[in-house]
Design a protein around this ligand. Sequence first.
Ligand code: ATR
Length: 273
Amino acid sequence: MDRYVVFGNPIAHSKSPVLQRLFAEQTGQSMQYDALLAPLDDFAGCASAFFQEGRGANVTVPFKEDAYRLANSLTPRAQRAGAVNTLSKQADGTLLGDNTDGAGLVRDLTVNAGFSLKGKRILILGAGGAVRGVLEPMLAESPASVTIANRTVDKAEVLAELFSDLGPVAASGFDWLHEPVDLIINATSASLAGEVPPIASSLIEPGQTLCYDMMYGKEPTPFCVWATEQGAGQVMDGLGMLAEQAAEAFYLWRGVRPDTAPVLAEVRRLLFT
Ligand code: ATR
């Protein structure tokens, strides 16, 4: 049976095995998918050993940059992201590195939520790897503007500069912004500390602005709670992005696109019970 894994450290709580197994079941693909704890100091050795037999892998924290370095070739979006979340063994035995995170986010917004990004004013909070991973696919949707706001403004400036050839992207501090926007994406890890990035509530136009947290959990994240309190038009967590990036990886490996809606509903049910 064709073997696939997700590499991470830690990996015990990864939702990838349940997502990929449900996709395989739904599409009748014969494949095995497991979680694999890679050692922090030897991702390359662990991945190379797996790929003696294995066909493909998802890669999560903290190995996405290691996977970028390990890949023999890269898709343009992985090249731009500087990180790889999907490895695929090619017919000639080499490893192709892709990054499906941005496509997953865009699909969750445009298909699942029916929210077109074209002509929209977008604010992204954070300037780490999560943001770098999604900027190219977001800018490809032709938004009116993308503002990257970060606690450490320098890091937002570096990212804005890196992607400035792809569209209207600017850097900012959290407290410089006051005008309402159409979409706010929280890509900081502030929720892990139970915090919300200190942005003005005037950025949310009540009943209009879509607020999206890349994080998710059993309970609504602090950012989602805050956005709901401010009267945001729609509030979403990142579980849909997780399912969509997984589906993109599945498509790359198997050439079949799974229907994510029933799988997402099942994973949400498992997560919430
Ligand atoms: P990831 O790969 O998930 O993006 P990262 O590269 O460590 O992780 O980036 C974490 C992001 O969350 C950064 O933008 C960080 O801000 P700084 O660059 O100023 O460190 C942001 N962040 C983390 N904790 C935060 C908090 N409590 N409030 C606001 N921003 C926070």
